[in-house]
Design a protein around this ligand. Structure first.
Ligand code: DQA
Length: 143
């Protein structure tokens, strides 16, 4: 089985952007670690990042045919995008939402997530470890 790891806007700058909030690991580090972890769990993992809402939606549509589950950090689109929620609602497999930072400890506008209405699980504030926890959970849900 294949799972998708999707990252939204500004996450291409991981490791360089506000490291006091998001840490020093780069997105390439995260993707490499998650791929290795997934492989050990018997899953293939494909990673995507885009700063564009429509490109993220297109990738979720592709997942309908190609992926059994999705790990997604929608970045700021978490708090704004009904369109990403709708796309995820058109996907049948399990979805785990990840936030590197504890969004509940931050500005009020980060406390609401459209994607949480769809996600089987939500991880926030575990740093980049959260992605690995999400991959492990997907493997359990898909077993
Ligand atoms: C984030 C939290 C969002 O509020 C923010 O816009 C991001 C990253 C996180 O991983 O903590 O870009 O999703």
């Amino acid at each position: 089985k294949t799972v998708y790891l999707l990252n939204g806007p500004n996450l291409n700058l991981l490791g360089k952007r506000q490291p006091e909030i998001y840490g020093h690991e780069t997105l390439a580090d995260v993707e490499r670690d998650c791929m290795a972890l997934a492989q050990g769990l018997g899953l293939a993992l494909e990673a995507f990042q885009s700063n564009h809402e429509g490109a993220i939606i297109d990738t979720i549509h592709a997942a309908r045919e190609k992926a059994a589950g999705i790990v997604i950090n929608p970045g700021a689109f978490t708090h704004t995008s009904i369109a990403i929620l709708d796309a995820l609602n058109a996907f049948e497999g399990p979805v785990i939402e990840v936030h590197i930072s504890n969004v509940h400890k931050r500005e009020a506008f980060r406390h609401h997530s459209y994607v949480s209405l769809r996600a089987e699980g939500v991880i926030a504030g575990l740093g980049t470890e959260g992605y690995k926890a999400a991959v492990r959970r997907l493997a359990m849900l898909l077993a």
